[in-house]
Every structure is written in structure tokens, then in C-alpha cells.
Design a protein around this ligand. Structure first.
Ligand SMILES: NC(=O)c1ccc[n+]([C@@H]2O[C@H](COP(=O)([O-])OP(=O)(O)OC[C@H]3O[C@@H](n4cnc5c(N)ncnc54)[C@H](OP(=O)(O)O)[C@@H]3O)[C@@H](O)[C@H]2O)c1
Length: 291
């Protein structure tokens, strides 16, 4: 299994880190333990993570400010990937924010809070429906981000929470270096999309790789884990790494112990019968699995 992949024009370790869990409850407000949050970020980079996923709307501003405090000046090989397309209400609500003004402000908020002159990768997060990816042209939104890229504020563009049709629409308009959608061993709607992106060397970055706020619970996952002397979350991550070389992982945690556990998932070799059992897990959960 290859340990690295291309993201834009950078090479990153396939096991990265997602910073969302560092903000307060509901991804709102400060972390419960500021110093512990800094320690998790520093431990991730010390362990070889060179791809961190964030957004200025986590907190809001909180995770970006933690990343800056923990890691600035940034190591040369570190790729910070952020996303725009939402803002937070005073009550912590998530508000779709894709007017030209809102997108532009979001890029500047990320630049300021991360203390960067240019953002390496910005994912345009689409939320036409609360239920997940939903059809609708994204051309006007992408045009704003492409304009900010032309100004030199954004190096590469990615997409998040999108349909295959929207990916195709976007790729006809500009270079897309990654797609970040919900995907994991029990949520496999993007199987075909992952293959088509892999064929064109575009990274696929699953969010909620371990199930998100309610980590995946499954007896099959636990059985495979027990047989291999690993934890269920390690198996969920190892399965993703095994699935396709263009999958980059950004597991989220606020716990140093979970971070260590997650980063060793790349060491796990899944035997054929384990892969079969894990594929069966998606089928039994009703997720779409290719024939
Ligand atoms: N594009 C988007 O719309 C979008 C949406 C959501 C997330 N994201 C990005 O994707 C990243 C990953 O998603 P996520 O953090 O929400 O979900 P996740 O990585 O699937 O799971 C995180 C949850 O699992 C727990 N956890 C982590 N490691 C564990 C372990 N070894 N054993 C048991 N529990 C463990 C964490 O709690 P502890 O803190 O206690 O470890 C947390 O509750 C985020 O950090 C964010 O950067 C993007």
C-alpha cells in the first residue's frame, strides 16, 4: 500500500488529521482544554502528519487559531486544507454562506486566522440540502472562488459535499484537486466517484471516516478488529486506506491516545476474509455497494 499521494502539487502522507474536533462542543466555542488541543496538533505533526483539514467556521475561528498557535511558522511540508461555504450563527447554528461577499470574506478569515498569504487548498462546501449532496449548478459559486484563486489568494480548489454531476461541472470550469464527501465503511454512496477520481489522480478525502460525532458501532467491525489485534476505529481507517490509493484520511480527534491509535492504522494489513466481512458490513447497512 502506498503511504503518500499527491494533493494539488504537493505530496502528503495519506494519514492526515482533521481539526474539527478541537473546537468546543458542537464545533462551537473554545476547546475544553486549550493546551491539550495544542498538544494534539503538535503531536500529529511530530508523528509525520503533513495534511491538516480545517475551516474558519469551526469554532468559528477557533481551530484555525489553534493551528496557528501550535504550528506557526509552519513546517515546509505541511499542507493546510480549509473550506468555505458556511458561517455560524450566534447560537452555533450552521448557515449556508455562499454569496460572493461571504465566500470572499471566508477566504480572508482563513488567511488571517491561519496567518498565511495564500491558502494551499480551499474546498468549496455545498449545502443545497441538509440531507447531504443535492443537485444544482455550482458554477456561480465556483466562479467567485476561481476569481480569488486568480488574485493569488488560493493555490488549489477542491469541492465538498457534492454530487458526481457537480464534480463534472466544476472540472469543466477549473482544476479540482480533491473532493471531500461523507464516506466510510458503512456509508459508500461514492464508490463509483472514488474510482473515477482515482483514474484522473484526484484525491478523495472522506469526512466522518470513523462515523463522525457517533463513531461507527458494528459487531462485524469489532470481530475483524479483535481477530487482527486492532481497534474498530483502526480497522475502519485501514479499510479506507486499502480501498483506493487516492483516498487521503483526516480522522478527527481531541485525544492524544486516539491520535496515536489512528496514525498506526497504516501498519495494518487486512487479509482477504477481513475485507470481505467489511464489504458485507456496507451491504447489510443498506449502503450502495458496487456489484
Ligand atoms: N467537508 C465537510 O463537510 C466536513 C464535515 C465534517 C467533518 N469534516 C472534516 O473531517 C474530519 C473528520 O471528521 P470527524 O472528526 O467529524 O469524524 P471522524 O474522524 O469520523 O470521527 C471523529 C469522532 O471519533 C472519535 N474518535 C477518534 N478517534 C477515535 C478512536 N481511535 N477511538 C474511538 N473514538 C475515536 C472522536 O472523539 P475523540 O475526540 O474523543 O477522539 C470523534 O468523536 C473533521 O475533523 C473535519 O476536518 C468535513
Amino acid at each position: 500500500m502506498t503511504r503518500t499521494y499527491t494533493l494539488g502539487d504537493r505530496t502528503v502522507n495519506r494519514l492526515g488529521y482533521g481539526a474539527m474536533q478541537l473546537a468546543g462542543p458542537g464545533v462551537f466555542g473554545p476547546p475544553k482544554d486549550h493546551d491539550a488541543a495544542l498538544a494534539v496538533l503538535r503531536a500529529a505533526v511530530a508523528a509525520g502528519v503533513n495534511h491538516i483539514d480545517t475551516s474558519d467556521y469551526y469554532g468559528p475561528h477557533v481551530t484555525n487559531q489553534l493551528i496557528r498557535e501550535a504550528l506557526h511558522p509552519y513546517p515546509d511540508d505541511l499542507v493546510l486544507v480549509t473550506k468555505i461555504g458556511a458561517r455560524r450563527g450566534p447560537d452555533g447554528s450552521w448557515i449556508h454562506a455562499v454569496s460572493p461577499d461571504e465566500l470572499t470574506r471566508a477566504v480572508h478569515d482563513n488567511l488571517r486566522n491561519l496567518r498565511l498569504d495564500v491558502l494551499e487548498v480551499v474546498n468549496l462546501r455545498i449545502s443545497f440540502s441538509m440531507m447531504g449532496p443535492a443537485e444544482g449548478s455550482i458554477e456561480p459559486l465556483l466562479a467567485v472562488l476561481a476569481g480569488l484563486q486568480a488574485e493569488g489568494l488560493v493555490r488549489h480548489i477542491g469541492l465538498s459535499n457534492v454530487t458526481p454531476t457537480q464534480v463534472a461541472e466544476a472540472r469543466a470550469l477549473c482544476d479540482i484537486v480533491c473532493v471531500q464527501n461523507q464516506y466510510n465503511v458503512v456509508h459508500r454512496a461514492d464508490d463509483a466517484l472514488i474510482d473515477s477520481l482515482a483514474a484522473d489522480r484526484i484525491a478523495y478525502v472522506p469526512f466522518f471516516p470513523m462515523g463522525g460525532f457517533s463513531p461507527i458501532q458494528s459487531s462485524s467491525l469489532s470481530e475483524v478488529a479483535e481477530a487482527l489485534g486492532a481497534t474498530p476505529m483502526q480497522i475502519a481507517l485501514a479499510w479506507l486506506l486499502h480501498l483506493s490509493p487516492n483516498i487521503l484520511l483526516i480522522p478527527g480527534t481531541s485525544s492524544p491516545a486516539h491520535l496515536r491509535e489512528n496514525l498506526t492504522a497504516a501498519e495494518i494489513v487486512l487479509p482477504a476474509e477481513a475485507i470481505l466481512a467489511l464489504d458485507g458490513l456496507a451491504a447489510s447497512s443498506g449502503a450502495a455497494v458496487p456489484a
